[in-house]
Design a protein around this ligand. Structure first.
Ligand SMILES: Cc1ncc(COP(=O)(O)O)c(C=O)c1O
Length: 404
């Protein structure tokens, strides 16, 4: 099956249909937290369109964007209190890197270097693309800033041990200190590497990294574009890890995929440092459509559903059900690791061609998933119910056992 041939035209709950009427369970759409065709979101969007869709942020703010910023702050602890909105994860990274670099200028320091995972992924625009060392996300331009990359010390499936944590932390410490003449602007990490191969990090890694950034006086930027809004079993993965980053970037699940939106949430003192900035006169940053009222209305409706239906808790139990079920697959069937976080389920096969074969088999049995090398990722909408989970399990196990 050639995956590029797939053309979808309809969705309902956790199912989608292609133009030939074939039905699939969607375990590939990373932003659909609440599923397709959710009336509350559709109603919020259409009512907001009728009332007011917003205006250029250089002219005026509006009530809905303010309500959404406050709602996000309400979920977060302490000083992580100010949010600006953009239209995608990549744009959010343009903003995050810009804000973090400006912050050091406000402290009288000309920092420019960033430290991040070689296998991290933060987007497809120049600034976000320049952060990664993933070969398929490279770019042909001169680098806009230096990046120090941290390699994983072990293969993905061996990355969850205390030993891996120690090696990883030592690597980040060395990366931070690698150029004393140019201390980093920030360390940028995903709580779990998505495009880089569905890599789960050691449990105590984020708190230890937070401590390291404090000791080294470097900002910590956490990329929750994929993990936020219930996907990882908490409203934010940072909450699950018990840490507060300096800048938290989110996007995908915020409006459940109905309308594009991205968010950059910063600590109050970072926001306040812009008050005297002669270039942008306070923290005014964005695009004509930033904080679009329709996108904000979709996000507010999504967050209501997330809280009311306790989708974070559901993500946790659904994820552990699938991991437990897939854990019964054996090495003889080509499965070498089953891992994940919340409702992100990763099954690592013994080779990329084997993973490709499972993807093709699964397409035939009506299951859409994502693949990154040997890793297959299964991420259904968080609203998936008991029968849906059983069906996913059956279709996936059949796809693995079908072989060639
Ligand atoms: C962790 C992470 N960061 C950033 C991005 C970029 O977001 P977008 O595709 O909305 O630009 C993605 C997209 O897959 C992502 O998974």
């Amino acid at each position: 099956v050639d995956r590029s041939e797939l053309t979808l035209c309809r969705g309902e709950g956790y199912r989608v249909w292609d133009i030939d009427g074939r039905e699939y369970i969607d375990c590939a759409s990373l932003n659909t937290t609440c599923g397709y065709g959710r009336e509350e979101i559709v109603a919020a969007v259409s009512s907001q369109m009728r009332r007011f869709f917003g205006t250029d942020i250089s002219i005026a703010s509006h009530d809905v964007v303010g309500a959404l910023a406050e709602r996000i702050a309400g979920f977060l602890p302490g000083t992580l209190s100010k949010t600006l909105f953009v239209n995608s994860g990549s744009e959010a990274f343009e903003a995050a890197v810009f804000l973090a670099t400006c912050y050091w200028r406000h402290q009288g320091q000309q920092r420019s270097r960033l430290v991040t995972f070689a296998r991290g992924y933060h987007g497809s625009t120049l600034v976000s693309r320049n952060l990664t060392a993933l070969p398929r996300v490279g770019h042909p331009f001169a680098s806009p800033f230096p990046v120090t990359h941290v390699e994983l010390p072990y293969p993905a499936r061996d990355m969850r041990t205390a030993e891996a944590q120690e090696r990883l932390l030592a690597a980040f410490r060395a990366a931070i200190r690698s150029d004393p003449a140019d201390p980093p602007v920030a360390v940028i990490v995903e709580p779990m590497l998505n495009v880089g191969g569905g890599i789960v990090l050691p449990e105590g890694f984020l708190p230890a990294l937070r401590k390291l950034c404090d000791e080294e006086n470097v900002l910590l930027v956490v990329d929750e574009v994929f993990t936020a809004y219930g996907r990882c079993g908490h409203m934010f993965a940072c909450q699950g890890a018990g840490i507060e980053p300096d800048i938290l970037v989110s996007s995908k699940g915020l409006a459940s995929g109905y309308v594009p939106i991205g968010a950059v949430t910063v600590r109050q003192h970072i926001h306040d440092s812009f008050a005297q900035d002669p270039h942008i006169a306070g923290l005014r940053y964005g695009h004509t459509t930033s904080g679009h009222a329709v996108a904000c209305a979709a996000a507010l409706a999504t967050l209501d559903i997330l809280v009311t239906d306790k989708l974070d808790e559901k993500a946790r139990s659904a994820g552990s059900f699938l991991r437990k079920t897939f854990g019964q697959l054996t090495e003889a069937e080509g499965v070498v690791d089953v891992r994940g976080l919340g409702l992100i389920v990763v099954v690592e096969m013994d080779s990329a061609p084997r993973a490709e074969q499972v993807m093709t088999n699964a397409r035939r049995t009506g299951l859409l998933m994502r693949q990154s090398g040997e890793a297959i990722m299964i991420c259904p909408p968080l609203i998936v119910d008991e029968p849906g989970l059983q069906e996913i399990a059956t279709r996936f196990v059949n796809a693995v056992r079908a072989g060639k």
